[in-house]
Design a protein. Structure first.
Length: 119
């Protein structure tokens, strides 16, 4: 399975971005839960948003109310809408297959996409 995240960039605080994650290989992806992680400079990778195969959604407290996860099963694509961005949201954002919030990610990490938020 290949995971290709895209859509990152440089944005001012308060701005918005929409990230995409294309999943290829591994058959029908709709049976899997999907997750967004991020890794800020000098910090560990953290789970920030998750959507199950049935559409149940959970967010980390740090992004709740500002970020929205969604998926298009017909295109094997995962999305993350980032609104009201803060400088502390600066990180490399990654996606992965993950059945439930408490599970471990299933696949080798892709390259991720860099989000830089200026103050």
């Amino acid at each position: 399975v290949q995971l290709q995240a895209s859509g990152g960039g440089l944005v001012q605080a308060g701005g918005s971005l929409r990230l995409s994650c294309a999943v290829s290989g591994g058959g029908r992806q709709s049976i899997y839960g999907m997750a967004w992680y991020r890794q800020a400079p000098g910090k560990q990778r953290e789970l920030i948003a998750h959507i199950t195969s049935g559409g149940s959604i959970k967010y980390a407290n740090s992004v709740m109310g500002r970020f929205t996860i969604s998926r298009d099963n017909t295109k094997n694509t995962l999305f993350l809408q980032l609104n009201s961005l803060k400088p502390e949201d600066t990180a490399v954002y990654y996606c992965n297959r993950q059945i439930y919030w408490d599970d471990k990610p299933r696949d080798t990490w892709g390259q991720g996409t860099l989000v830089t938020v200026s103050s």
